[in-house]
Write a protein that binds this ligand. Structure first.
Ligand SMILES: NC(=O)c1ccc[n+]([C@@H]2O[C@H](COP(=O)([O-])OP(=O)(O)OC[C@H]3O[C@@H](n4cnc5c(N)ncnc54)[C@H](O)[C@@H]3O)[C@@H](O)[C@H]2O)c1
Length: 285
């Protein structure tokens, strides 16, 4: 992987969902690449304190952990204020990474299926919870940090989406919809703030071995969180419009809006096969 490591030297970064998985690996790589200040934000107090203390030993004075539930706009506003204070008023990079996978049946399945035993029907409240985390959490982050970046003459925001934004899968309707919405928000903001020298991109981590997979188990094809973070940061340094975290996501993005009949038929076959396997109780990807 060809990473422009010096790009991050001396920068001040904030990463949400940084107490685990991809977010934690992003923080560790940013520090390794010479970032000046790194702020970990997460709502898991125990993990946040543990990793902040561990990293502070290696990088004294450069690391802060800020407890923040990104679904609460007031807490995100406060996070950005406190992060700016820690970083002498300047935030160069915000990575809105906090998110979750959200599986569920859309309505009750018509026949008795295994999936109904694993995944309940998503309620309105479930839909609101998913949008609060995967969409509004990042929206609040952008809203809070953009004025700071405008005032300082530029900056960079990466919103972490998922390959599911391009390859929507059955029984993950909330995940597909929230990440596609976040992608739309991100790419519109990219051009709204381009002339303010604020670089804004979406990034998919690729299939990555993290806690997000929970009881479903990590797929055999998963890469490490470090590999994912390196790929995201390589794309950030190049200001890629959509950073694609693994080769599967590259082909997913290439194919999603293809009008080639063979590609469309192939995608239908693939996604129908995933749906049928899932209906049978196997969370295939
Ligand atoms: N791992 C994958 O295969 C994969 C694939 C595609 C997209 N993603 C995306 O990558 C991002 C990181 O996920 P991960 O795989 O590292 O998962 P993870 O579960 O290891 O990490 C998610 C982190 O977000 C935090 N978090 C959850 N809700 C929060 C909230 N309300 N406020 C603040 N923090 C909160 C958790 O405490 C956790 O530390 C997510 O946006 C996820 O959707 C992951």
């Amino acid at each position: 992987m060809n990473i422009e490591k010096d790009y991050f030297r001396g920068k001040n970064a904030v990463v949400t969902g940084a107490a685990s998985g991809v977010g934690l690996a992003l923080i560790e790589e940013l520090l390794d690449f010479g970032a000046d200040k790194a702020v970990l934000a997460d709502f898991n107090r125990e993990s946040l304190e543990r990793h902040t203390a561990r990293l502070s030993q290696s990088y004294p004075g450069q690391v802060a952990g800020i407890l923040c539930d990104v679904t609460q706009q007031s807490q995100v506003t406060e996070l950005i204020e406190q992060a700016a204070e820690f970083s002498s008023g300047r935030i160069d990079l915000l990575i809105n990474n906090a998110g979750a996978g959200f599986g569920g049946c859309f309505v009750t399945p018509s026949t008795e299926t295994e999936i109904a035993k694993i995944l309940p029907v998503s309620t309105d409240q479930d839909w609101q919870t998913a949008f609060a985390l995967n969409f509004y959490g990042a929206l609040y982050g952008c809203r809070a940090v953009i004025p700071i970046m405008q005032a300082q003459g530029g900056g960079q925001i990466i919103n972490v989406i998922s390959g599911i934004a391009f390859t929507p899968m059955a029984y993950q309707t909330r995940y597909a919809a929230t990440k596609a919405a976040l992608n739309g928000l991100t790419l519109a903001l990219r051009y709204e703030f381009w002339d303010d020298q604020i670089k804004i991109s979406s990034a998919t981590p690729g299939t990555t071995a993290t806690a997000i997979w929970g009881d479903l188990g990590v797929p055999d094809t998963a890469q490490t969180a470090l590999q994912s973070a390196q790929r995201i940061l390589a794309g950030a340094a190049k200001n890629d419009r959509v950073i694609l975290g693994d080769d599967g996501d590259v082909s997913g993005a290439d194919q999603c809006f293809s009008t080639d009949p063979r590609i469309m038929a192939g995608l239908d076959d693939y996604l129908l096969n995933v749906a049928r396997q899932r209906r049978g109780g196997k969370m295939a990807v």
